[in-house]
Design a protein around this ligand. Structure first.
Ligand code: NAD
Length: 551
């Protein structure tokens, strides 16, 4: 056998399948594993610790083969990254239905998951890895940008200029942090134990420079801060060591967060283990590694709390680091909030979330044309305009050209229908896929993240993502997925996703209108049900029917 397999999605209008719905699924599965997109494509790992696109190469090959022969009235069923059946359905039905990493409640823990994974019975699907709509770091860039913009609005007069942010984790998603902070005018120090993660972010223009040492990082950071210039600095090291050291030295940090893969204790490097030994140690002594990782996370979170006590704005960025630190016995872990209740929930009440699309033509010009369509459709939305312009300037496409922007109820369907018209008229070179992150307003139950501190205490109610998946199936999405675990880990979340293909046909237009209305509609009704006034206003304003408010 020669070297590792290289997978890359075909471009252009020639189909190797029986229709664009199947072709889109095939290309997006391959695109998730494109070396430009995936963090460890040779292991089928796309992002987020061990989030995979397919269970193994045999399953990957079987999915490609099946998609190539799948008819317009057939549906392929995928069980944790392996195709397990093809059923006759109908043209409105999804072409692919996916269930990843789901376990029965009492068994939903890492130990049992890993036992089953080792037997080859399951895989970790993360959110968009196993549901084939990961678009590289840009996917998370906009959400991260908006979160830091919200921090700036809340505490620093609308800009991060003149502030220093401290964070860790420059992986697939965490790698968006440096650019998101500099786009908001700030300075950021980003710690990672993996030198490759630092050089990759510099290569992709998400990170500006690498510091030689902690002292060098602090010097660069304070100089840029004093000149109110944006700068992102990569620093090699273990966050569990460096954060306590920086706190002890009185480092002038204004904002602290973290995006190491803390949700998976086997993906967080404990203090005292060399980075080069991490994989072997985790594989050979998982229980010992987990204990040590949690202990290190407790020291890491303790330092975050220390920065908070010293006046910094501190938040958890959805990686469960507080939960893991608490498991190690640190009792102040939940003293700082998660980013959703702190900044994002008002957007969820409006059905807003991470709308994204990718050009199956492979041509950047298709994305630029859709960017313009978005700007034309929503002329009054200033932050959207600011984002699209910044993205055009700063974002390096990875794999198939793609774009993300947060749109709400009543907006996503308009954008989707416009894209479909642009495909129909030939303005775009080929169809586009329209999907989203599972991290959305009405598609997740995740008490440490999307549904943390809900007004009515319904944080752990998991009926909502299941209803979300069902409504997307019933509305005509091209593929629909239900996952467990995702960004916060085993036992801590259930979430659903959909992708719908704009192939320019009238039928696709009908499906898009329903899916892109009903999918964000779930966000509005979920938050009405939980008692949020803003969601009530949106439901009244935009005509979302809520039976319990009628009669
Ligand atoms: P990843 O696995 O691609 O990257 C994690 C990075 O952390 C790696 O580069 C690794 O080297 C580094 N790391 C591990 N241990 C470390 C330590 N002790 N000190 C310093 N660096 C360390 O993961 P990702 O896709 O970037 O995601 C990171 C985490 O953030 C996940 O838990 C994910 O679920 C979460 N996340 C949440 C949100 C959200 O809620 N919006 C968004 C993005 C990411």
């Amino acid at each position: 056998m020669s070297g590792p397999r290289i997978v890359r999605a075909p471009r252009g209008t020639e189909l190797s399948t029986q229709g664009w719905q199947q072709e889109a699924a095939l290309r997006m599965l391959q695109n998730n594993l494109d070396p430009e997109v995936a963090e460890h494509p040779e292991k089928l790992v796309v992002y987020g610790g061990t989030g995979k696109a397919a269970r193994d190469w045999r399953s990957f090959d079987a999915m490609i083969r099946t998609l190539q022969t799948l008819k317009q009235d057939e549906t392929m069923l995928v069980q944790s990254g392996r195709p397990v059946g093809v059923m006759q359905t109908h043209e409105w039905a999804p072409r692919v239905l996916i269930a990843n990493s789901n376990l029965v409640g009492d068994w939903a823990n890492w130990e049992e998951f890993r036992r089953l994974e080792a037997l080859g019975l399951t895989m970790y699907g993360q959110m968009t890895a196993g549901s084939w709509i990961y678009i590289g770091t840009q996917g998370i860039l906009q959400g991260t940008y908006e979160t830091f913009a919200a921090v700036a609005a809340k505490k620093f007069g609308g800009t991060l200029a003149g502030t220093i942010t401290l964070t860790a984790g420059l992986g697939g998603m965490g790698g968006a942090q440096p650019l998101a902070v500099t786009m908001n005018g700030g300075v950021v120090i980003c710690i990672d134990v993996d030198p490759r993660a630092i050089s990759r972010r510099i290569e992709h223009r998400y990170l500006d420079v690498k510091a030689d040492s902690l002292a060098h990082a602090m010097q660069l950071a304070t100089e840029a801060r004093d000149k109110r210039e944006p700068l992102s600095i990569g620093l090699l090291g273990n966050a569990a060591e460096l954060l306590p050291q920086m706190l002890a030295e009185g480092a002038p940090i204004d904002i602290v967060t973290d995006q190491t893969s803390a949700h998976d204790p086997l993906a967080y490097l404990p203090v005292g283990i060399a980075f080069d030994e991490m994989a072997t140690y985790a594989a050979e002594k998982p229980a010992d590694f987990t204990l040590r990782a949690r202990e290190s996370m407790a020291r890491h979170v303790e330092a975050m709390v220390g920065f908070m006590d010293a006046g910094a704005e501190v938040f958890d960025y959805g990686n469960s680091i507080r939960g893991e630190a608490q498991l190690a016995g640190y009792d102040r872990a939940f003293d700082f909030p998660g980013f959703v209740p702190a900044y994002i929930r008002p957007l969820f009440c409006e059905g807003k979330g991470p709308f994204r699309w990718a050009a199956l033509s492979g041509e950047a010009s298709d994305i630029h044309k859709t960017d313009k369509a978005i700007l034309d459709l929503f002329p009054e939305n200033e932050s959207l305009h600011r984002w699209i312009k910044l993205a055009q300037d700063k974002v390096h496409f990875q794999g198939l050209p793609a774009r993300i922007c947060w749109l709400g109820y009543g907006e996503r369907d308009k954008a989707g229908e416009r894209f479909n018209d642009m495909v129909a008229s030939g303005e775009l070179a080929a169809p586009v896929v329209i999907g989203r992150d599972h991290l959305d307003c009405g598609s997740v139950a995740s008490p440490y993240r999307e549904t943390e501190a809900m007004l009515d205490g319904s944080d752990a109610i998991a009926d909502w993502p299941l209803l979300n998946a069902m409504v997307n199936v019933a509305s005509g999405a091209s593929w629909v997925s239900i996952h467990h675990g995702g960004g916060v880990g085993m036992g801590r979340s259930l979430h659903a996703g959909q992708v719908t293909v704009a192939d320019g046909t009238k039928l696709a237009g009908e499906k898009i209108r329903r899916v892109l209305t009903n999918d964000p509609g779930m966000g509005v009704i979920r938050h009405v049900d939980a008692g949020y006034d803003r969601a009530d206003e949106i439901a009244d304003e935009r005509g979302v029917r809520i039976p319990m408010r009628e009669g």
